[in-house]
Design a protein around this ligand. Structure first.
Ligand SMILES: Nc1ncnc2c1ncn2[C@@H]1O[C@H](COP(=O)(O)OP(=O)(O)OP(=O)(O)O)[C@@H](O)[C@H]1O
Length: 256
């Protein structure tokens, strides 16, 4: 067995809001290997976004540890964090909110190449064209703006931008939830192709178990900040053990 790419142990986070304490995460532990997808499901408020934000170093946990490739991910700060940040990327539900509407797609893709000093200026246009090609878009998309392309194409651009820093892991937060069924299937196919070719690991946050099942190898069910059940996706779907897992399966008529 190869060592895990990501090793998460005992993460805890409590929010303090208006004198009240709210559990964001409690005792969250899991491993993820290269080339593997972990689906993350659970009701609203169960801690999925908090976990994603902690992994991305957008918020700090109170307790616990995260190792990426054996390195202490939470110990990184300043320049070291900036250098390695691109190893984990995130794709959101609404790419329009994540892109400057006035910038061209080409400049949006060139930004991470410049910021992370991935290729010299003279090679950026070529690298942008290559990123577009990897997500199935023609090179002339570089001249368009994000609002000039369809929802599925926007999500392809968002995936291309995530790929720019050669991440080991991409957190996909409801990344296909806003798309029509046929567009959604093609994006899921693209993600699976990229994973097969490049060994990317994904954490796929979703509310629809029917969609999560298509892409995930394993699934973790969250409730009140805890992982209450985890296992191979086929097993959790066929025979959920937790009350939350049972409720999610019961609420998903398209599973069979
Ligand atoms: N900034 C914050 N301040 C206070 N409480 C917060 C904050 N962010 C999240 N919470 C609380 O932490 C808990 C976990 O929330 P989180 O957003 O991680 O859940 P989620 O599973 O992603 O929900 P959703 O599916 O609705 O996005 C909830 O009770 C939420 O109200």
């Amino acid at each position: 067995m190869t060592a895990p790419l990501l090793s998460v142990r005992d993460l805890g986070k409590t929010y303090r809001a208006r004198g009240r304490q709210v559990v964001g995460l409690e005792g969250v532990s899991f491993d993820l290997r290269s080339g593997e997808t972990l689906g993350l499901v659970g009701p609203s408020g169960s801690g999925k976004s908090t976990l994603a934000k902690v992994l991305m170093r957008l918020t700090e946990p109170d307790t616990g540890s995260i190792a990426l490739d054996g390195d202490d991910w939470l110990a990184l700060s300043g320049g070291a964090l900036r250098t390695r940040r691109g190893e984990m990327q995130m794709v959101f539900q609404d790419p329009l909110a994540a892109f400057n509407p006035r910038a061209t797609i080409g400049s949006a893709l060139a930004d991470p190449l410049r910021i992370h000093r991935i290729v010299p200026k003279a090679e950026r246009a070529e690298r942008v064209a290559h990123l577009l090609e990897r997500v199935g878009l023609p090179a002339d998309f570089a001249r368009r703006r994000i609002h000039q392309v369809s929802g599925g194409q926007r999500q392809r651009v968002a995936i291309a931008r995530a790929l720019a820093t050669s991440p080991r892991l991409i957190v996909l937060d409801e990344a296909v939830s806003a798309l029509d069924v046929s567009v959604r299937s093609r994006i899921l196919e693209l993600l699976a192709d990229l994973q097969a070719r490049e060994g990317l690991a994904y954490i796929f946050v979703g509310h629809d178990l029917a969609v999560v099942r298509v892409i995930s190898h394993r699934v973790a069910v969250m409730e009140k900040g805890r992982i209450v059940e985890t296992g191979p996706v086929t097993q959790v779907v066929a025979d959920p053990q937790s009350e939350t897992g049972k409720a999610l399966v019961a609420a998903t008529p398209r599973l069979y």
